[in-house]
Ligand binder design. Structure first.
Ligand code: FE2
Ligand code: FE2
Length: 168
């Protein structure tokens, strides 16, 4: 029988290959021309700001309150919300670094900082996804009714679309 949270798992599955591009972009630093690195960073930033952050907003608006309710404690999702904040902060840093990739070469300071942000985001986002999938979603699979799930997914989609429109 398919799990009730399958749409959320499918969404993560769709996002994960794009999360892997962060690591690939970091691998480019010092190994590929700056123009190539610039394209990779642009694509990574567009994905994070335009897709991943709206996904996180949708979770905070609909998924996390539902999980908190099921766990019987508002604090149950606090660590995951804190991770969203850190992801958002690092995406902002990536946006700033993007503005420093206009020349033919990178300074060692920029190269190191960019490496830190890209590898850091890659590890953080992946870990965050696994935590959601392995801790939160099984809880919902066990307790969420079909109508409740439909309502939850519709609300998440609405919030994500609003956030995506705002990101443009
Ligand atoms: Fe999340
Ligand atoms: Fe997620």
């Amino acid at each position: 029988m398919p799990r009730i949270t399958q749409p959320l798992r499918d969404e993560h599955k769709e996002l994960l290959p794009r999360v892997e591009t962060l690591r690939a972009a970091a691998d480019c630093i010092g190994a590929a021309p700056v123009t190539e690195l610039r394209d990779a960073v642009d694509a990574a930033y567009t994905f994070l700001d335009g897709h991943l952050i709206p996904h996180a907003k949708a979770e905070e608006a609909a998924l996390y309150p539902m999980v908190a309710r099921m766990m019987g404690a508002r604090e149950a999702t606090a660590t995951m919300i804190r991770e969203h904040v850190e992801i958002g902060r690092m995406v902002t840093e990536l946006g700033v670094l993007r503005g420093r990739l206009g020349g033919e070469t990178l300074t060692p300071v920029t190269a190191n900082y960019l490496r830190y942000v890209l590898y850091g985001l890659h590890a953080l986002v992946k870990m965050h996804f696994f935590n959601e999938e392995e801790v939160f979603l099984p809880l919902l699979d066990a307790r969420l009714g079909e109508a409740e799930a439909r309502e939850l997914f519709a609300r998440m989609e609405r919030v994500a679309h609003e956030a995506m429109a705002g990101a443009r």
